[in-house]
Design a protein. Structure first.
Length: 139
């Protein structure tokens, strides 16, 4: 079995935003030479997420609105975590809801997605560089 590891650095200029990782993952998979196996894509920060869904801007807007209702950023004093001097407790909660990672089957050298599926990075406490792990195993 072979393995291939790469890291993607992402710097979302706003506090919250979404980045479609699918084109980068396709390139990394091609570089790996793996034709059958699994691709793991993991947000390496506790205030960011990786998830699979439709690449539709209205849906991304809806995520932002929905997540803000679930875990509003302000007032920051509503969260005990922020007693440490931080202001990102809401980002930790949003990450918990959206998930840490995805695992995608690789079949015949391609990401084996269902219709409309794409991989996204969700940022909930941005404005600085963060890393995403891409690990591919297989033959």
């Amino acid at each position: 079995m072979k393995s291939h590891t790469e890291y993607i650095t992402i710097n979302v200029p706003e506090r919250v935003g979404f980045v479609n990782l699918t084109p980068q993952l396709v390139k990394i998979l091609a570089k790996s030479g793996i034709r059958e196996g699994l691709l793991l894509c993991n947000a390496m920060h506790i205030t960011a997420s990786v998830f699979i869904n439709d690449n539709e801007s209205g849906l991304q807007h809806d995520y932002q609105q929905w997540l803000e209702r679930l875990a509003p950023h302000a007032p920051v004093k509503q969260y005990r975590h922020n007693d440490t001097g931080e202001d990102n407790a809401d980002a930790h909660l949003k990450r918990q809801v959206m998930g840490r990672e995805v695992l995608i089957a690789v079949t015949e050298g391609r990401l084996d997605f269902g219709p409309w599926e794409q991989v996204f990075y969700g940022e909930f406490d941005g404005r600085r560089p963060k890393r995403v792990l891409v690990k591919i195993i297989g033959e």
